[in-house]
Ligand binder design. Sequence first.
Ligand code: EPZ
Length: 423
Amino acid sequence: MEDKYLIKGGTRLNGSVCISGSKNASLPLLAASLLTADKCVIKGVPHLLDTSNMMKMLSGLGAQVSFQGSQVAIHARDIRETGQLYQYARKMRASCLLLGPLLVRTGEACLPLPGGCAIGSRPVDLHLKGLAALGAEFVADKGHIRATARKLTGSEVSLSYPSVGATENIMMTAAAAQGCTTIINAAAEPEIVDLANFLNKMGARVSGAGTQIIQVEGNPDLHGAVHTAIPDRIEAGTYLIAAAATGGHVRIKNVIPDHLRSVLDKLQEAGVPIKEGTGELTVGPSKELRPLQITTEPYPGFPTDLQPQFAALLATVPGASTITETVFENRFLYLDFLRRMGAQIHVNGPLAVIKGVERLSPAQVEATDLRAGAALVIAALKTPGETEIGEIYHLDRGYEDMEGKLSSLGACVRRVTKQAANL
Ligand code: EPZ
């Protein structure tokens, strides 16, 4: 169903919005629940296409999964590698997070090689290298990865790049392996710390999460645990930027300001007034903003997942701003659609130079990935007239009830489903 948004922009966002649990924390937490035959409960899980697909994959492997409100109970008592994963795994790269837990529980795993996507080729070589160091063997077989592991033993793994997913896969596998594992050049994102906290509740002994060196003392008898996912820092950043872009006054609740330090610094550098409270942030009405130079980096650097949203903000900031994307090799596809709205942006490899224009114009555009879609929503919200955004299933992957939250802030957002449009 190709739903689309019709957004009548040009009004300031005002009011308060509550941030959901983190998609990028929930996905590894759900995968980690496979590591034990006991029941686990994960709270604060957002209703998204991605979390729903992960739960379908867990059920397809034989786990009992129930989702009430934002609480997921998973009981992976009997797990069988059924090869049923393909239909869901194709749609979601995070399915590769099941590799480690499946090797722990069944000694084998067969997952489709994750395809490329709009932001790059998305290889999994660092995942495989790390799991191989713990004793796994892999065969690439007709677009699938067939993995086996007779025994998983702790080891030292040095990552050539601080990959979030590879760090998570290695940490989950090491948590149940015999002996100690050291992960060098590990990713330090808040979602890694959240996963480490859950693994420790399950009986593992993980230390150093949030730094570049993570130590894991494995425990082959991990037990069930209850855990609440951290708030979604990227959703929070998206609403911060939307508020700033429309010159609105918005209170953002259920957020951990420290998880957004680099983003808050950049917004304040641009002249956006932001007040920090306990678990919340308030964006004040902003007058003329100043241009910025942004470079995306692994955490705690500026997050690549908020790069497109910043481009939408900077498109109408007087002066020349630059965005250098260092994490993904191709995360500027969405700029074509901002240009269709009148943005003046020149790209040279990893560098985008944005020349601020007076205002954008409404147009028909399409989301090319989750955060690109968010950028187009922000551009539409601040542009007088009606903008149509197609392919918004990308947004449904990562933003819980976006139209509801935006409407409660005074935005004029309407979702049109294809059938209705054909009537
Ligand atoms: C996670 O993806 C996030 N997804 C991404 O968010 C986020 O953009 C990314 O981390 C970077 O912060 C989830 O957590 C579910 P990586 P992941 O492995 O783990 C290369 C969103 O919008 N690489 O840190 O896939 C890779 O190609 C999504 O919510 C290898 O070369 O990211 C990329 O260039 C988008 N080999 C870079 O590392 C590997 O084996 C970062 O990838 C793995 C990664």
